[in-house]
Design a protein around this ligand. Structure first.
Ligand SMILES: Nc1ncnc2c1ncn2[C@@H]1O[C@H](COP(=O)(O)OP(=O)(O)OP(=O)(O)O)[C@@H](O)[C@H]1O
Ligand SMILES: [Mg+2]
Length: 319
């Protein structure tokens, strides 16, 4: 394996320490992805420099022109506190003719825009829940065609921001309340979808032109399902003690009907694509890393493969 100069782009507050042994789980969780990636790349023998990025590109430009990294390993999820600006940093890398890992700006833009993504899915006749959009700053006009129960979320946010049990609504009064809540709390448009009651499945994908799919992964809601609706709320995703209390785990999806590829599945076996996320969480023991391992790709090899895909990606400047 060739030794590479790897510039790892991280949020300015998430440059990890050399070791996390002295930290509690909770403290280490903050920058576990950054730590896992950086330490594994170093163990692989690469020359690794983390670069914390806040609201300036000056240092990034200096590192690119001065140190000439073979590849930028992109772990950024925002720029200047604005989550939708992550794609512009990647666009800057393209303009600098700098190879980088992960999704290109176009993919990032599409995955950020759930409404546009759903329109594309519908065009290709890929089932996705019926929906309506309620723009922020406009008085919501509720179309009659919507059937309850409905699911209310942000049209652009991720990490389940704004998602809780109250996201599932049974009548118009609750629907209006939750649309207001999404507008206020997430400062974005509200996407209202038909609620799909069923199993929650994730598919990990890897590749540039030829795409590899990892084995389907499933989120099990444990004892939470007895008292609540089985959806991946903010708490389900991020609250360790809540997960432990309810036995919420993810695992390889078992007993799928033949040929089922993805995502939210009704008891009758019909599958709906909720969304496609661009760059997955690359923590070693998160879903993506675990699914890759299940497919026979160990974590260091996964990172290595992500890097070589970044280096062989045919950006327009190579043409
Ligand atoms: N139409 C729907 N029917 C049923 N459940 C839904 C629906 N839309 C969203 N959910 C639930 O809410 C969760 C979060 O929704 P979604 O994936 O759209 O948000 P996100 O914030 O982008 O999540 P991520 O962090 O995975 O990118 C889903 O994992 C699922 O449990
Ligand atoms: Mg998402």
């Amino acid at each position: 394996m060739r030794r590479r100069r790897v510039l790892v782009l991280v949020h300015e507050t998430l440059v990890p320490p050399e070791s996390i042994e002295h930290l509690s789980d909770q403290e280490a969780d903050e920058f576990r992805t950054e730590f896992d990636v950086i330490s594994s790349l170093r163990e692989l023998g690469h020359d690794v420099r983390p670069l914390g990025i806040g609201d300036s590109l000056t240092e990034l430009r200096n590192e690119i022109t001065g140190w000439k990294p073979h590849v930028c390993f992109n772990l950024l999820e925002e720029f200047g506190g604005i989550v939708t600006y992550d794609q512009h940093v990647v666009a800057f890398l393209e303009l600098m003719r700098q190879p980088y890992t992960g999704c290109n700006p176009r993919g990032m833009m599409l995955s950020r825009d759930k409404v546009l993504s759903k329109q594309i899915l519908s065009y290709h006749r890929i089932p996705t829940p019926q929906f309506a959009v309620f723009r922020r700053g406009r008085k919501p006009h509720i179309p009659r065609r919507l059937r309850y129960p409905l699911f209310v979320k942000s049209a652009t946010e991720d990490a389940s921001f704004g998602i809780a049990q109250a996201s599932v609504v049974d009548d118009e009064a609750r629907l209006r309340e939750r649309i207001d809540f999404i507008h206020e709390q997430t400062r974005s448009d509200a996407l209202v979808e038909e609620f799909i009651d069923g199993r929650e499945l994730y598919m990990g994908l890897l590749g540039n032109d030829r795409i590899m799919t990892f084995p389907p992964w499933e989120l099990h809601f444990g004892s939470m399902a007895e008292t609540s609706i089985g959806i991946a709320t903010r708490k389900v995703k991020w609250d360790r003690s809540y997960q432990e209390r309810h036995g919420i785990v993810t695992d390889p999806a078992e007993d799928l009907p033949e040929g089922v590829p993805a995502l939210r599945m009704r008891p009758d076996g019909s599958v709906f694509v909720l969304e496609a996320n661009c760059n997955p969480n690359l923590e070693e023991y998160e879903d993506y890393g675990r699914a890759a391992l299940y497919a026979g790709i160990e974590y260091p090899q996964l990172l290595e493969r992500i890097m070589s895909l970044g280096m062989s990606y045919r950006a327009d400047w190579r043409a």
